[in-house]
Design a binder for this molecule. Structure first.
Ligand SMILES: C[S@@+](CC[C@H](N)C(=O)[O-])C[C@H]1O[C@@H](n2cnc3c(N)ncnc32)[C@H](O)[C@@H]1O
Length: 208
C-alpha cells in the first residue's frame, strides 16, 4: 500500500526528537530513516532486537495488513524484554479499533494529539502541498503519537493526554503563532487557562 512508505514530516519529528532523543528508527529504509541506527524490512523489526537496554525507539509503522498493532505489540515486548526503554509510535488516531483498546489504552504512558492533520511526506521525500489543496497528500484520517515506556515496578502512572503543535508552513501566515487556529480566539479569551492541555509540545522544544 502506498502509505506504507509515507514519511514523518521533519518538523513533527524535530519536536518529538528534542524531547525523546531517539536512538533507533525501527520501521525504515536506508533512504527514509530518521535515526543513524535503523531497522529495515529485510532485517525485519519482528526478528531484530530493537536495542540493547536503554534505547529509545521511533516507530512510524507501515499502515497496511495489521502492521500497526503488530509493531505496537512488538514494541511492548521489546520493553518487557529489556531491549528498549521507550517507544514512540505515530499511528492512526482510530480509537474505535481493537488495538487502541487492547494495546494503546492499557500500555501507553502518553497519547499526544497533533494539532491538525499530519502532512506526511511521500515515499520519495516530497513535501505535502497542504490539506484541501489540489494534489494534497495529507491523509483523510487523524494521527496520534503514542508513547509507551518502561514503568518502575509498583508505580502506577496514569495515562497523560497532550497536544503537539508544529509548523506546517502552508497553514499559518508568518505573523501567526502556530497554535492559533481560526475561530478559536474568543473562546480562548473566555476560558483562559482552562484550555491549556496537560502536556503541550511545540516548535520551541526543537530549538533547545
Ligand atoms: C511509514 S514508513 C516510515 C518511514 C520513516 N522511517 C519515518 O519514520 O518517517 C514505514 C517503513 O517501515 C518499513 N518496514 C516495513 N516492514 C518492516 C519490518 N518488518 N521491519 C522494519 N521496517 C519495516 C517500510 O519499508 C517503510 O520504509
Amino acid at each position: 500500500m502506498a502509505n506504507d512508505e509515507w514519511r514523518t514530516p521533519p518538523a513533527l519529528f524535530a519536536v518529538l526528537n528534542a524531547r525523546h532523543r531517539f536512538t533507533v528508527d525501527v520501521a525504515a529504509t536506508g533512504a527514509n530513516t530518521l535515526c543513524a541506527r535503523f531497522i529495515t524490512a529485510e532485517q525485519d523489526a519482528f526478528v531484530t532486537p530493537w536495542g540493547c537496554g536503554d534505547d529509545v525507539a521511533w516507530c512510524n509503522p507501515p499502515y497496511s495488513n495489521g502492521l500497526i498493532p503488530a509493531f505496537l505489540r512488538r514494541g511492548i515486548d521489546e520493553i518487557a524484554e529489556g531491549h528498549i526503554r521507550e517507544v514512540v509510535c505515530l499511528i492512526r488516531a482510530d480509537v474505535s479499533t481493537r488495538y487502541w483498546h487492547e494495546l494503546v489504552l492499557p500500555f501507553a504512558s502518553e497519547v499526544l494529539l497533533p494539532n491538525g492533520r499530519v502532512n506526511f511526506l511521500t515515499a520519495d521525500g516530497e513535501a505535502d502541498r497542504g490539506s484541501g489543496t489540489k494534489g494534497a497528500r495529507s491523509p483523510n484520517f487523524a494521527s496520534a503519537v503514542v508513547v509507551i515506556r518502561r514503568q518502575s515496578e509498583g508505580i502506577d502512572v496514569p495515562l497523560v493526554y497532550g497536544s503537539v503543535t508544529y509548523d506546517r508552513g502552508k497553514r499559518y501566515g508568518d505573523d501567526e503563532a502556530p497554535d492559533r487556529l481560526p475561530g478559536d480566539t474568543a473562546f480562548r479569551r473566555r476560558h483562559g487557562s482552562r484550555l491549556q492541555p496537560r502536556l503541550a509540545l511545540g516548535l520551541e522544544a526543537a530549538t533547545d
